[in-house]
Write a protein that binds this ligand. Structure first.
Ligand SMILES: [Zn+2]
Length: 53
């Protein structure tokens, strides 16, 4: 059993609509992708969807 589950994460910016597809880790129910901010400087208004590999 692995503690860190690898996931594919789709992040959509609610401000400009840009989409990013990243790889991340699911840790204790939280998703860590290293994603910081959108190209439009939005830092916290995102739709985040995680898919298991
Ligand atoms: Zn944006």
């Amino acid at each position: 059993m692995s503690l860190n589950e690898r996931v594919k994460v789709t992040i959509r910016c609610n401000s400009c609509g840009e989409r990013f597809i990243l790889r991340g880790r699911k840790e204790k129910g939280k998703i860590d992708t290293g994603f910081k901010q959108c190209i439009c400087n939005n830092v916290n208004d995102f739709d985040i969807e995680a898919h298991d590999f």
